[in-house]
Write a protein that binds this ligand. Structure first.
Ligand SMILES: [Zn+2]
Length: 119
């Protein structure tokens, strides 16, 4: 079961980097909100709407980071209950290469490309 050990290590590394990304994005979002609520942004923001755009953009990235953390946690639960590595849609094994690249993947390549939740 060394495959599972490798998966566990990859998931832990994925989780650490996703948490770091989420923390950085939260700081970014806070600083954007602070700057716009203080009204101090006018001087170096000639476009006016760029702050709102930045905020939406960072909020979207933050949402993605949180989704990824949730996916990593679900993958950790699948590791615990023995269903890790099996497609959550069709039940077939997920290719090892896909799991290496995306340890939190819940579906096989065929199901993911056949129109999963991602556009
Ligand atoms: Zn599948």
């Amino acid at each position: 079961m060394t495959g599972l050990d490798a998966a566990r290590r990859r998931l832990a590394a994925e989780r650490a980097s996703a948490e770091a990304r989420r923390a950085a994005l939260r700081r970014d979002l806070d600083s954007i909100v602070d700057a716009s609520s203080a009204g101090a942004d006018d001087e170096h923001d000639p476009e006016g709407s760029s702050t709102a755009y930045d905020r939406q953009h960072v909020a979207a990235l933050l949402g993605q980071a949180e989704d990824q953390l949730a996916a990593i946690d679900r993958a950790g639960q699948r590791l615990a209950d023995g269903s890790y590595g099996r497609c959550q849609r069709c039940g077939r094994p997920i290719a090892a290469g896909r799991l290496a690249a995306r340890p939190a993947a819940a579906t096989c390549i065929a199901c993911a490309s056949a129109g999963g939740p991602r556009p």
